[in-house]
Design a protein around this ligand. Sequence first.
Ligand SMILES: Nc1ncnc2c1ncn2[C@@H]1O[C@H](COP(=O)(O)OP(=O)(O)O)[C@@H](O)[C@H]1O
Ligand SMILES: N[C@@H](CC(=O)OP(=O)(O)O)C(=O)O
Length: 562
Amino acid sequence: MASTMQLSWVSKSTVPVALSRRVCCQCQPPLWLPWRIGFVTPVPLVRRVSSERVAALRVSCSKETESDVVEGESGGFAETEMSYTCVMKFGGSSVANAERMREVANLILSFPEERPIIVLSAMGKTTNMLLLAGEKAVSCGVTNADSIDELNIIKDLHLRTVEQLGVDRNVIEKHLEELEQLLKGIAMMKELTPRTQDYLVSFGECMSTRIFAAYLNTLGVKARQYDAFEMGIITTDDFTNADILEATYPAVAKRLHSDWVSDPAIPIVTGFLGKARKSCAVTTLGRGGSDLTATTIGKALGLPEIQVWKDVDGVLTCDPNICPQAKPVPYLTFDEAAELAYFGAQVLHPQSMRPARESDIPVRVKNSYNPKAPGTLIAKTRDMSKALLTSIVLKRNVTMLDIVSTRMLGQFGFLAKVFSIFEELGISVDVVATSEVSISLTLDPSKLWSRELIQQELDYVVEELEKIAVVNLLKTRSIISLIGNVQKSSLILEKAFHVLRTLGITVQMISQGASKVNISLVINDSEADQCVRALHKAFFESELSELENECIPRNGSVPALS
Ligand SMILES: Nc1ncnc2c1ncn2[C@@H]1O[C@H](COP(=O)(O)OP(=O)(O)O)[C@@H](O)[C@H]1O
Ligand SMILES: N[C@@H](CC(=O)OP(=O)(O)O)C(=O)O
């Protein structure tokens, strides 16, 4: 329970008198938040939770006024101008079972002076299981739909969780029944459209938030569950990967503010979901989309900070599944974080930085399993003077196209035609290198959910391109993105190519992004892991200083860049 949680305490004597809402480039942030006081950089986001503090939050969420809530907790600062103070998003791993939900509740309660909006993902691997259940339902026959393994795993997990948390099972029973009916419907139709698939996966977030809100209420902390598609998150009709529309921001702000005014409670919001503007059906924002929900709500309300709580100590120098030695990156710019996410670092949703950047709201990535770890602070700017490389990101299983013009069209016509074909199909291009008569590029398949569709579309792309060019389609490639200070690109490339040469790896394409934070290298999939590990060792694990690294032997064998 919250009152017994043993965590370190930041002394009240360190509370500064001055109060400021905005984060400066990299240090230290809005000051009434407890982990920001004391000017230790960065201060652990933890504290001892006393029963009085928990009681304070209970009161704050039930009847007292806002200024009553914070008075005395942050150096006598009475805050009256807004109802909520931050968004806290907890991913699937943070709320994977009853025990985790208890710990997350404790974490939230350990900041009674905060009035957070909580965004939750589905419990653990529920989204993956819903997708698998849907796939199986297509071919299993109506009579077998209720015995799909994944359906039963989902039922067990959610029913066990409500039981262990002491929550009434009727908060999710209707959803579980409806889920079974839906799978029978899919089995009957023998098809799973992207629209139905989005509705299917929405059950994960709809249930996790209902359980968690009910649990907080049993603790005496007033919480209110929200389905994102009912609270103003409006999206395009691009099922499985919808984009948030502008109308979302005023709608969400209006709803959350008016609810707070009429009946204050901690909002517990479904991540990942939205409502399609045209069809009004439930949409999803792409895998990992709860991060985007959090930053969207942060922007809608103009909050001082957005927190995303994960199962790692922040954004790391590399995917820890590839490099167990990966280390947390303390500071990142929005540009770096966006590039890192776009090029495949699973830790953040690719679009999630956009709302935060647009409204200049810092995003803090924290570990719900290790709240003491400082985490990563993502803001508009940071001190780049010492920065070389921030992180290495690997995107596997990429398709590369080499397109050489047959010179039927002039150069302008050639480039325009090539890109119009991609536009027509809604396929994103990741990395591009061009010469006067040829283009090499990689395609981003993440916009497309079904594999068959990708193959069909690839065939169509090639067919269309072959009308004006000789096309070579190269599959099973990987993009290694070196995110960092591209002002030092010569040094980065020198070190990187030294590693590649030592390993005997040929780079098939290289591109420096216009954003100036990313250098992308395309290599064979089969060499990717080994290559990333060696690069990580050279850039992050070496004892050598940057100066020494500049002394990589120059024996003329560093490959040319073209
Ligand atoms: N550069 C990186 N930094 C941190 N985590 C990364 C990175 N690349 C990949 N990951 C993976 O991302 C996971 C966290 O993202 P995700 O599973 O979406 O979190 P959550 O479900 O909690 O939102 C980590 O467990 C880690 O395995
Ligand atoms: N549950 C969704 C959305 C999400 O954001 O999940 P997570 O925060 O666990 O990555 C998914 O698995 O994609």
